[in-house]
Design a protein. Structure first.
Length: 163
């Protein structure tokens, strides 16, 4: 069978949807776990949602992230928390993704909660949303990609919806 690349109509197209800035608190560690990695828990203390397609807040302490840090330094995210849109709608959100530093020196800075330039690490997530019926249903009907920034005691994630 002969391979030919797909036509442009199959290439994904993205549109910026919103940014979530989230303050994190209460870091706890299980180190090492029985599978040889390190598990953490860090909670969604508060946050803001802002952008052209969604505005609101992160409901304080409605969940958090339970990342697994692999022996090779890759962090495997599993975050779950609730958003409240400006109109009062409550939206469940789950984020899965990865973070890794481009050098061991950058990894050390990040592990000590230092501010690091986003070009020095890879941090991407793929969220899923469970919105109520109504104006936010579109969240549960699209694929999203988030490009994240790690800032001391917080994350800022810019979400793009695939059209």
């Amino acid at each position: 069978m002969h391979y030919s690349p797909p036509s442009d109509q199959f290439f994904p197209k993205f549109e910026y949807a919103f940014t979530i800035s989230i303050d994190l608190a209460g870091l706890q560690w299980v180190t090492p776990t029985s599978i040889g990695a390190t598990r953490a828990a860090i909670y969604a203390a508060r946050g803001e949602v802002s952008g052209p397609r969604l505005n609101g807040k992160v409901i304080p302490m409605s969940g958090g992230d339970f990342p697994l840090q692999r022996p090779n330094g890759v962090i495997d995210f599993d975050a779950r928390y609730m958003l409240e849109a400006d109109d009062g709608a409550v939206i469940y959100m789950q984020n899965r993704g990865y973070r890794w530093a481009r050098t061991p020196e950058i990894a050390e800075l990040m592990s000590s909660n230092q501010d690091v330039d986003p070009s020095d690490y890879y941090m991407r997530v793929t969220p899923r949303f469970e919105p109520p019926e109504g104006p936010h249903e579109w969240l549960g009907k699209h694929v999203f990609v988030g490009v994240a920034e790690k800032i001391p005691n917080a994350n800022r994630i810019h979400y793009f919806v695939m059209l």
